[in-house]
Ligand binder design. Structure first.
Ligand code: SF4
Ligand code: SF4
Length: 132
């Protein structure tokens, strides 16, 4: 009896369209709760390193001197923590199509273009008028 059940399931499965998608040829299905992948607006990043410090998997690396921000896509667990802590709001989760990657292509490096605004010159304290 079990054999016929199994044969029926196998035949029906063969006739139906596959339950899986042919990613990356066909983009992945995006559900309402899908987080997507971390993306950065390099023109707004202030190199504070907060995302790097808070990332639980060590996927982000910020090098202030080189003005670079990088992410290891294969380490990222899509927890959204970096997006939540970024004070410049330059990190977002993008749910659009993302191509497949290999271990050699996992690290994505971005050059930060943010330019720190010049501080207005400090006002010299007014000289105290001599009394007496
Ligand atoms: S989503 Fe989470 S794991 Fe991925 S880079 Fe941001 S903090 Fe790290
Ligand atoms: S992405 Fe945001 S949290 Fe990370 S270094 Fe840039 S400004 Fe700071």
């Amino acid at each position: 009896m079990a054999f016929f059940e199994m044969a029926k399931t196998a035949i029906l499965t063969t006739l139906k369209s596959p339950a899986t998608r042919r990613y990356p040829a066909v983009s992945a299905k995006v559900a309402a709760i899908s987080r997507g992948r971390v993306t950065i607006d390099p023109s707004r990043c202030i190199s504070c390193g907060m995302c790097m410090r808070k990332c639980p998997s060590g996927a982000i690396c910020v090098v202030k001197d080189d003005k670079t921000w990088s992410i290891d896509r294969l380490k990222c667990v899509v927890c959204n923590c970096c997006v939540e802590v970024c004070p410049a709001h330059c990190l977002v989760m993008e749910t659009g199509y993302s191509p497949s990657i290999t271990v050699h292509e996992g690290i994505e490096l971005v050059h930060i273009t943010y330019v720190k605004p010049e501080r207005p010159p400090r006002k010299e304290p007014e000289e105290k008028s001599e009394q007496g």
